[in-house]
Design a protein around this ligand. Structure first.
Ligand code: IYR
Length: 227
């Protein structure tokens, strides 16, 4: 199905139910408090997941707004242990070079509070990985037909944010891992040449003894400017 071709403006009515403001306020406070509990997790239990939780979260991500509604994303759900092992091996090979100096002093210092290093056990411990690919342009591999995609990074970034929200609300933990360079992901997963890896997201339950850094979020008055 070709869903991103040019076409006519074809409006349809949009009439969502207007929520009573108190109901809206309750929901938004509830969501604020639930999202404040989200933590990036790097230590996962290998407990298997009910796949519906993950596929539903991907369906949520795929509702994200996107440039020209081109929906320039592909979510590859990796559960095969052999494929996860190959991804871990290739990611750690890149990260060894990064932590051995490629990142530079300033970057390594910025990562200090996160306690990260070149070891990426989450890539094999977590029961599944969602590898997100950004479709740099539309490509019909059969006909070779191509056209431009717009605001690809913004669109995919919004979708990943919605994915993390959905996973968290489903009681799952996740990590946005961006091994650099990420080209190996397209090779390992056999993705077409118009797709560029955007992030690897291990998903699962935290290990029973999982630890997270003691980070503090900026308070609202530091991130909100009223004009
Ligand atoms: N990609 C490396 C380094 C890294 C970079 C940033 I920016 C982080 O927020 C965390 C890690 C790694 O995954 O270790």
């Amino acid at each position: 199905m070709q869903t991103t071709q040019h076409g006519e403006y074809r409006p349809v009515p949009y009439r969502p139910r207007r929520l009573p403001v108190e109901e809206s306020a309750r929901t938004s406070s509830w969501l604020r408090d639930r999202m404040a509990q989200r933590r990036t997790v790097r230590e996962f239990s290998s407990t298997p997941l009910d796949e519906r939780l993950v596929t539903n979260a991907i369906s949520v991500a795929a509702t994200a707004p996107s440039g020209a509604h081109q929906q320039p994303w592909t979510f590859v759900l990796v559960t095969d242990p052999g494929v996860r092992a190959r991804i871990r091996e290739a990611a750690e090979a890149e990260e060894r070079k990064s932590y051995a100096g490629r990142l530079g002093e300033e970057w390594l210092a910025a990562l200090g509070p996160l306690g990260t290093d070149e070891h990426k056990p989450h890539l094999t411990d977590a029961p599944c990985l969602i590898v997100v690919f950004a479709q740099r342009y539309f490509l019909d591999e059969r006909t070779g037909d191509k056209h431009k995609h717009y605001y690809v990074d913004e669109s995919v970034g919004i979708a990943v944010g919605m994915l993390l929200t959905a996973l968290h609300l489903a009681g799952l933990a996740a990590l946005v891992h961006t091994p650099s360079p990420m080209r190996f992901l397209g090779d390992v997963l056999g993705r077409p040449r118009n797709e560029k890896a955007f992030a690897v997201i291990p998903v699962g339950y935290p290990a029973d003894d999982a630890m997270v850094p003691d980070l503090v979020r900026k308070p609202l008055d530091e991130v909100l400017v009223r004009v």
